[in-house]
Ligand binder design. Structure first.
Ligand code: ADP
Ligand code: MG
Length: 591
């Protein structure tokens, strides 16, 4: 869906000034497609979703056609309702505000004829009206259409549904042969096609698909997340829903790279795409993703554009997209083929206003939810495990191990004990008590997540009611998450997933060596940053990194002793938080 700046659509300076003043940054896809045809005098049949900007798409070329020195009706817009007529008239007024001498008037049932007659008599060139009232004025002789240049049907299908067909036909047969016809309809039933055939000449058909807007099958949810907590929230959501196939959109190449490192470090199966990656490599990544060779693609909008995968389980807007168009594009890649897709959007700080704007402009159906707690994630994982186990038993999808089981039974273990021990080994164990250590650990888990407002609990407020609360964000110490539970070892990458699941003190773990990094709280460095960097650069599994102790200007990190030298060598000079890393091995006490 192409979009162009208004300046490239061949418009007059007056209109350009007006759209600029209205705050439109670029033409929407329907505008980009329709305006040039409209300017060239062609008939157009346009189809696009609600909120895609159809009004300006027809109003701009129509207003451009008006000769202001001529005080006669030159543009007629037919709308189904009085509200719409007023709205369109207002938009025409704004678009024509720098075109001196332009007058527009809405005419609709319920308002006095007298008043409408005065406006018409004063020489309005643009008339916006409902078919019934337009018909009445024509019959009274108060609306003359002999100088008409452009006729517009806005929401033609709705007008037919409302029984305006006869009026429309009579109006269209009464206007000059030479007029231009711009025809808009959300749907194209047979009756509409007949009208188009009869009253347009060789029209250009413009159809803009907007998946998300007509895709109720995508469940769209947003979270207000502190920027530094985004990765934590992302992994929680992936774990909670047990997603296996999705795209994570970021706004910059740097963010794509960073996130790729972090998620690798946490053991997720990911790869990345952005503009700096060679074409050959890009093709490889896309092919692999299509074949489901990995689970999550991290990408920028531009890089993902050439990717024809649209049956994703989930789309994450790790960064808010630039506009509703991009949002629609991203979200439209899920929820196809009769399946319900999910789209999660993260907004931090003032981005909430931008999202509100997009919701208003494109009427997005997005709702707010609070960030799931670790307990909820663990519980959901338990359920997933239970379901898998049940399905395995039901479908008898396992070899029998009678001998081993018999031996254990002979040793006096009950079958319940044996099964429980196996579940424990498989990582289905999600009920271990861990709360005791929560306080100690929490000091070292710096996710800086804003606490959910009390009202959030268990409910999901609609967007409109959400007031960003700077006070909540700025005041008080950052929120600490509960301690994560020990990694359930049975699941795919679980051993590596829980990078935060660490002892709070470094240097006490056998087999680990303390490495000192020259970054600390002052640089706002988090354990995730460090683990991500280490794993990203060295490709070591996250399990090679132990406890992390962040101080004001430096950080102690436990690294598996056999890798410590390599980590020091490979990370020296690497940039993190805009600082060039210097590392050294801290000698063991008493050594
Ligand atoms: P439609 O008729 O397709 O449902 P509208 O013409 O009513 O859509 O436009 C919906 C909203 O989008 C309006 O508030 C309008 O001012 C705004 N809008 C239209 N075009 C643009 C644009 N190019 N950039 C930003 N906002 C726009
Ligand atoms: Mg409209």
């Amino acid at each position: 869906m192409e979009k162009l700046p208004f300046s490239q659509l061949g418009l007059s300076p007056e209109i350009l000034k007006a759209v600029d003043k209205m705050g439109f940054e670029e033409a929407s896809p329907i505008q980009t497609a329709v305006i040039p045809f409209g300017m060239a005098g062609r008939d157009v049949v346009g189809q696009s979703a609600t909120g895609s900007g159809k009004t300006a798409a027809f109003a701009i070329p129509a207003i451009e056609k008006v000769d202001v020195s001529l005080k006669k009706v030159q543009v007629l817009v037919l709308c189904p309702t009085r509200e719409l007529a007023v709205q369109v008239a207002e938009e025409c007024g704004k678009l024509g505000s720098f075109k001196r001498g332009l007058m527009e008037v809405p005419i609709y049932g319920g308002q006095s004829y007298e008043r409408q007659f005065r406006a018409l008599a004063a020489g309005a060139q643009v008339v916006i009206g409902t078919p019934g009232r337009v018909m009445d004025h024509m019959e009274r002789g108060t609306l003359r259409l002999d100088s008409l240049k452009v006729v517009v049907l806005d929401e033609a299908d709705r007008m037919l549904d409302m029984g305006f067909r006869d009026d429309i036909e009579r109006i269209l047969s009464a206007v000059p042969e030479t007029r231009q016809c711009l025809f808009f309809s959300a749907t194209m039933p047979r009756a509409i096609q007949e009208l188009i055939k009869r009253y347009t000449r060789d029209p250009e058909w413009v159809k803009i698909e907007a998946h998300a807007q007509n895709a109720p099958k995508v469940e769209q949810i947003y979270f207000e997340v502190d920027r530094r907590s985004k990765i934590e929230v992302l992994t929680r959501l992936i774990d909670l829903h047990d997603f296996r196939f999705g795209i994570i959109f970021c706004s910059t190449k740097i963010m794509v790279d960073e996130l790729d490192e972090h998620l690798h470090a946490r053991g997720y199966s990911v790869d990345r795409l952005h503009g700096d990656i060679t074409q050959a490599q890009r093709t490889r990544v896309m092919d692999k993703f299509r074949r489901r060779g990995f689970e999550f693609l991290i990408a920028t909008d531009v890089a993902a554009r050439g990717l024809d995968v649209d049956d994703l389980e989930v789309v994450f807007n790790f960064d808010l997209p630039n506009d509703a168009e991009d949002y629609t594009h991203r979200v439209g890649r899920t929820g196809r083929a009769g399946k319900t897709g999910m789209a999660f959007t993260f907004v931090s700080g003032r981005e909430i206003y931008k999202l509100q704007g997009m919701v208003h402009y494109a009427r997005l159906k997005i709702r707010r939810e609070r960030v799931p707690s670790l307990d909820e994630v663990e519980e959901a994982k338990g359920n997933v495990f239970f379901e898998k186990l049940r399905a395995t038993l039901e479908e008898k999808k396992f070899k029998s191990h009678d001998q081993m089981v018999d031996r254990l039974l002979e040793m006096g273990y009950t079958s319940t004990d044996i099964a429980s021990a196996l579940i424990h080994l498989m990582g289905g164990d999600t009920t271990e008590p861990v709360k005791k250590t929560a306080k100690v650990r929490a000091e070292h888990i710096a996710t800086n997540e804003a606490p959910p407002a009390p009202a959030d609990r268990g409910s999901s407020a609609p967007l409109r009611s959400v007031e960003p609360s700077p006070a909540r964000r700025d005041a008080g110490p950052p929120f600490k998450t509960e301690a994560p539970k020990p990694a359930p070892t049975g699941d795919r990458f679980a051993a590596q997933k829980r990078t935060y699941d660490r002892k709070p003190r470094t240097g006490r773990e056998p087999g680990f060596t303390v490495v000192s990094f020259n970054v600390g709280r002052q640089q706002l460095v988090t354990p995730a940053d460090l683990v991500g960097k280490i794993a990203g650069v060295t490709r070591l599994p996250a399990s090679a990194v132990g406890a992390i102790d962040i101080h004001e200007e430096h950080t102690h990190v436990d690294v598996a002793t056999e890798h410590a030298e390599m980590v020091v060598a490979k990370l020296a000079g690497i940039r993190i938080k805009n600082q060039s890393l210097k590392l050294s091995i801290v000698p063991a006490p008493g050594a």
